[in-house]
Design a protein around this ligand. Structure first.
Ligand SMILES: O=C(O)CCC(=O)C(=O)O
Ligand SMILES: [Fe+2]
Length: 233
């Protein structure tokens, strides 16, 4: 794997999509495990205000915080470590691991940036992988707007509208998608039985650990730790 080339591509576009990065059988095992955790109808974790205003319907799960280390197999993957270092440089750190689940018929995730984009040096890196196929039929595709990781805050506007220049990604089982936390991105509504994605977040050296506490949506900035809208947009 030419990690230098991938790192260059990442910095140009703000994202990378690498098909078939992880073993398909391993993905099946992890998919079963994630489904077992959630069941098909997990309770919401977010407040009603957040769900309504953000138009984001996803239930997060932080397995390592419960002493469940099964996803270490992902985080210790040599190729992923090398690629992360090529992108973030020496001294990068793991931030946290989060699985995400969306029920059939839910709205996905609205346009957002994972953290405030004003300081270009301070950002999170999403290392997303997919344990089942996401297709036009299932919905739940990930949409990105290339190169917006350099463009400051996403303009205020409709949470889910199509924007000219957006790119639709339909990750399959085992695909890796790396996304810069300042890149504008969203997830389409889910028509399939469910949608799962998982994200091992990382940060460059000298980035605060609470970097993703505030997310930027087109209609607000939201602070997760205090469950507050800190800015209406
Ligand atoms: O699940 C996805 O494809 C994207 C999720 C997302 O927005 C994130 O992990 O920051
Ligand atoms: Fe995100």
């Amino acid at each position: 794997m030419d990690v230098k080339k991938y790192a260059e591509e990442f910095w140009e576009k703000g994202f990378l999509h690498l098909p078939g990065f992880f073993d398909a059988n391993m993905m099946d095992t992890l998919n079963t495990l994630i489904l077992k955790h959630y069941g098909m109808k997990p309770a919401w974790e977010h407040t009603n205000e957040f769900i309504a205003k953000s138009a984001t319907e996803v239930v997060p799960w932080f397995p390592f915080r419960e002493g469940n280390n099964v996803f270490e197999v992902i985080e210790q993957d040599r190729r992923l470590l090398n690629l992360t270092k090529a992108i973030l440089g020496d001294g990068w750190e793991k931030l946290y691991f989060m699985a995400m689940f969306s029920k059939k018929g839910t709205r996905g995730q609205a346009w957002h940036q994972d953290c405030p984009p004003e300081d270009q040096q301070q950002f999170n890196l999403n290392r997303l992988f997919y344990t089942h196929d996401i297709t036009e039929e299932t919905g739940g595709q990930t949409i990105v707007f290339p190169a917006t990781h350099r463009g400051g805050a996403i303009p205020s506007g409709h949470p889910h509208e199509d924007l000219e220049g957006q790119v639709v990604l339909s990750p399959k089982r085992g695909d890796l998608i790396i996304l810069h936390g300042h890149l504008w991105h969203r997830v389409l509504p889910v028509q399939g039985e469910y949608r799962i994605s998982a994200n091992s977040r990382a940060i460059p050296k000298d980035t605060p650990e609470d970097i993703t506490d505030i997310a930027v949506y087109r209609n607000m900035r939201y602070k997760f730790s205090t469950k507050e809208v800190i800015e209406e947009r």
